[in-house]
Write a protein that binds this ligand. Sequence first.
Ligand SMILES: C[S@@+](CC[C@H](N)C(=O)[O-])C[C@H]1O[C@@H](n2cnc3c(N)ncnc32)[C@H](O)[C@@H]1O
Length: 480
Amino acid sequence: MNKKDLGAFYTPKHAVNYMLGLLSEFNEKSKLLEPCGGDGAFVSVVLENNLLKPNQISVWDINPEVRNYIEKFGIKFELKDTLIKTTFQQDDLFNKINKFTHIVGNPPYLNKQSSYIKKNKKELKKFYDEIGVNDTYALFIYLCCHLLEDSGQLCFITSNTYLTLGIHKKLRKYLLKNFVIKNITLCPHNLFKDTGALVNTCIINLINKKPSNNDDIIFNDCRSLEVGNYDGKKHSIKQNKILNYPDYVFDFNGNGKLIEKIKKVGKLIDVVDGGLGMHTTDNEKFLGIVDYEGIRYAKNGVRKIVPINEVKKNGWKFYHKKGGDTKYYLPVEYCIKWDDEAIKNYKMPKNYNLNDERQGFLISGVCSTLSARLATVGALWESNKAMCFFPKEPDKYPPEFFVGILNSETYNKIIKILNHTNSIQIRDIKKLPFFDFNNEDIKQITKIVKNIIKQKKNNLEYDFSFEQNQINQIVNKYIL
Ligand SMILES: C[S@@+](CC[C@H](N)C(=O)[O-])C[C@H]1O[C@@H](n2cnc3c(N)ncnc32)[C@H](O)[C@@H]1O
C-alpha cells in the first residue's frame, strides 16, 4: 500500500508540541499509546523531552516499514491493523483489555470511498456500529476512548468534519455523554499543506470521566492564524448544553442563542416538497451543455454542446446540475436526452414528478455560501450539485420568497452552524428553520427578489448588494 492509501500524512512538529502540552500528569506510572504511530512523530518528542521512559510507550501501526525505526527507540511496537485487531469492548471476560493513561496521535483520514473502508466495511461494522462506519479517524477516536484508563487523557488531531456533519451525529453523542471534552482547537486551514493534504483539521483533548453539568468545552479558534500559532480566540460552552442542540452540533462559533431560537420554530421542509434529484449513470453519454447562441452557463461536466433550439424540440429536457455560489437567477445550464432508450438508464427517486410544471427553486449542494436561485419550469435536476424544491403553498409563500430568505445573511449563518463544510446535503436542508414570517415581510421580500431576478435576466453581473441588504434586515428581525 502506498502512503495515500494508508492516510499517512505526518504531523508537523509545532502541532506535536502543542498537543503534548495539552496533556498532563506524566509520571512513572503513565502508559502512553500512539495507535497509528507512523514515523513516531509524537513518541520521539516525548522521549526527547524526557516525559516518559521508552518502556512506558506503545506504538501500533499497520505499515511494516516503520517497525525498525520505532524499535530503535526501545519502544514496544506492534504491527497490526489497529481498528480491526484491537480488543476494546469488554464482552469477553478472558480477553483483558490493555488500557492507557495517555493516548495521542494523528489517525488516518480515510473516508467511505477509500479502498480501506470499502474492503473492510463488514468487519468494521461489527465493532463500530454504535457510531457508524464513516471515516477512519472517527473510528480511531471511538476505539481509543475505550482504551483509556479512568481519568486517562486523549489528544488527537483529525479532520474537523465530525464537528457538525450529520453522518457523525452518533460519534458526537457518544463523546458528549461519556467524556469530559476539555478543549477543541480549530487549526489553521493549511496546516498540512506541506505534506500535500488539503484538509481542515482540529485537535480534540478529552478525559475519560463522566461529564458533570459544570463542565465547559473550550473552543480555541486558530483558523485564521498563521500556521504554528495556537493562541486563538477562545470561547467556552457548557458541554451538556450541546446535547440539546439539533444533531448535537459542536457550536464552535458561540451561536448558542441562535441555536435556541431555531429549535423553537417550524422547519422549512414542512412548507416545500421536492429535494432529491436523479442520476443519469453516464453523464458523458446522456447530458449536453445548452448553447445560447454562443453563450454557455456550464463549463465542464460533459463535452456535448446542444443549441438551445435543438433542446426545445422533442428528445431533450432541461437539466440543472450546477452548484456554486450563483444566487437568484441563472439560465438552465444542461440538457438531458429524453427518449425511451436513454430513460431506461436513469436512476430517479420515487416521487420525482416528471411532469411538474410548478415554479421551483434550487439550492446549491456544493458552495461556500448558501445559494438559492430560481429553477427553470419543467427542468429536471441532479442529486447533489443543485437540489430543487417547490413551495407547497405558492400563493402564500412564493418561490421567490424562499430564494430571498435562503440567500440572506441569517440563513447563511444558520447553515454554517448545522454544517460548516462546503458540501450541503438534503439532510442539512431538512434541519433549516422556518420562522413565522408575517404577510407584509413575505410580500416585501418577494417583490425585492422579483426585481433582482428581472435585473439579472438583463445582466447576470447585476450588483444586488443593496437589495440583499434590505432582505437581510427583514430576515434578521426574526432571530433577535
Ligand atoms: C496520518 S499518519 C500519522 C503518522 C504519525 N503518527 C504522525 O502523526 O506523524 C497515519 C498513520 O496511520 C497508519 N495507519 C493507517 N491505517 C491504519 C490502521 N488501520 N491501523 C494502524 N495504523 C494505520 C499509517 O501507516 C500512518 O503511519
